[in-house]
Each structure stands twice: as structure tokens, then as C-alpha cells.
Design a protein around this ligand. Structure first.
Ligand SMILES: [Zn+2]
Ligand SMILES: [Zn+2]
Ligand SMILES: [Zn+2]
Ligand SMILES: [Zn+2]
Length: 237
């Protein structure tokens, strides 16, 4: 993991509301005011649409924080809506299980057979069809896991709850890190492939030219994608 850390670039991203570029930290501050501005209707048509409260959330790779997003969600959106967005944009490879943990309570994908549980009996488990309004408050930290084997761990934070414009979807992406451009282990050019066997040791990033220098078998290589799941299981975006 140490080699991986050295390669961590401070990634920036673009605000989808105003098109300006900010670092992750600056983006959290910026979006609060940018959402506020979006809530004050400028045109007569906008004025007809009723402004509603939304949650502003940040999400990042727990061990790979240069992968991050800022999400805006309707207060009546559910944890399942967030799960679906995370799977769609960042995670889904083979339909693995996932879970949120909020205040030591676990919100799991609902299983047909509840008796098939690998979590401790004492642990409180609920489904994901709960509204954000009932589960979240500003300042809260949320842990999320996708795939309990080759796990991708994410950390979400509730940045704020504010008046906003009406959202088109239950959860929208307001900003996302630009491609971190991780260098090839051999020549430093942007890596195009990642070895799924060596990714956990922080190595195995190769460009197409240097791929043959890496000793692992052909099946080990996955395309490098802009996601905290890059190089894991069968994930190629
Ligand atoms: Zn903006
Ligand atoms: Zn998978
Ligand atoms: Zn190379
Ligand atoms: Zn390898």
C-alpha cells in the first residue's frame, strides 16, 4: 500500500452546476454555496418549480481517497438509491452484496433468506429501503462496503442539508474526481492496465508497452478505470 500512497495525486474535479474546477476539500465548501445559488430561481419557469431540501454528500475510497464524488440527494431518496448509483458509476462487477453502516447499525441489501447471515446475531441489520431523511443528519459519517470478499470500502459524509432546486433524479452527481493518471511501474507513462493479483501490494500498474515486463499471467490484467474498484475482482468500468 505504501507505493500506492506515493502515487496518490491530489485529484480535482469539475462542479456540474457552474463548471468550475476545485480540489476535493474546496469542492465541499464550494458546493454548499453553489447549491444555495441554484435554489434561488432566476426565471419565471423556475419559480413555479417548488424548491425542496436536499442532502449534500461526499463519498471517497476509504483507502484510495483520490477517488471521490459529491452527490446531491432528495431527502426522500433511499439508501438503495445511493447504493444503485455507487454500483452504476464506480463498483458493479458481478452483483456482489453491499452494506451501509451508520451509527453502528448495518443496512444491508435485503436477502431472500434472512437466516443466511454471516454477521453477528447481536448486530442490528436493516434493509436499504429507508429514506435518507430518516437515517442521515449533517456531519454524519457513513461506511459502505461493496463485495464482502474483495471488498471496496467507501466513506460517505453528510456535508449539509439545504434548500435546493428540484432534482431530476433521486440522487445526482455534482462533482467527481478527474482521472488520477497513475504512472506505469516501469516507464512512468499513464498506466492502462492493472494487475489484479498485485494491486493489493500497490504494484502492477503498467502501460500497454511495458505489460509484458510484468510477470503475472495475462488473465490477471484489468483495464485501468477511474474508480476505487480499479484492479479488483473483474471490474473494468
Ligand atoms: Zn459550482
Ligand atoms: Zn466481482
Ligand atoms: Zn510503461
Ligand atoms: Zn501481478
Amino acid at each position: 500500500m505504501s507505493e500506492q500512497k506515493e502515487k496518490r495525486a491530489q485529484t480535482s474535479g469539475k462542479c456540474q452546476l457552474c463548471n468550475e474546477t476545485f480540489s476535493k476539500q474546496a469542492m465541499s465548501r464550494h458546493l454548499k454555496s453553489c447549491i444555495e445559488k441554484s435554489a434561488s430561481p432566476k426565471s419565471a419557469t423556475d419559480r413555479k418549480a417548488k424548491a425542496a431540501d436536499t442532502f449534500l454528500l461526499s463519498v471517497e475510497g476509504r483507502y484510495l481517497p483520490h477517488y471521490w464524488m459529491h452527490l446531491e440527494a432528495r431527502t426522500e431518496a433511499t439508501l438503495r438509491d445511493i447504493d444503485e448509483l455507487l454500483r452504476h458509476v464506480w463498483l458493479e462487477c458481478c452483483g456482489h452484496l453491499s452494506a451501509f453502516t451508520i451509527n453502528a447499525k448495518r443496512y444491508d441489501v435485503v436477502r431472500e433468506d434472512d437466516s443466511w447471515g454471516f454477521m453477528g446475531e447481536e448486530e442490528e441489520v436493516e434493509g436499504m429501503d429507508v429514506s435518507l431523511d430518516d437515517t442521515l443528519a449533517p456531519g454524519q459519517k457513513i461506511d459502505y462496503e461493496y463485495d464482502f470478499g474483495t471488498t471496496t470500502d467507501l466513506t460517505l459524509k453528510v456535508i449539509s442539508r439545504q434548500a435546493s432546486r428540484p432534482l431530476k433524479k433521486p440522487v445526482e452527481i455534482l462533482a467527481r474526481n478527474e482521472d488520477p493518471q497513475i504512472p506505469c511501474d516501469y516507464c512512468g507513462a499513464p498506466a492502462k492496465k492493472i494487475c489484479s493479483y498485485c494491486v493489493f501490494e500497490g504494484g502492477g500498474w503498467v502501460c500497454n508497452k511495458c505489460k509484458r515486463k510484468h510477470k503475472c499471467e495475462e488473465e490477471a490484467f484489468l483495464a485501468v478505470v477511474n474508480s476505487p474498484r480499479t484492479g479488483m475482482c473483474a471490474y473494468e468500468g
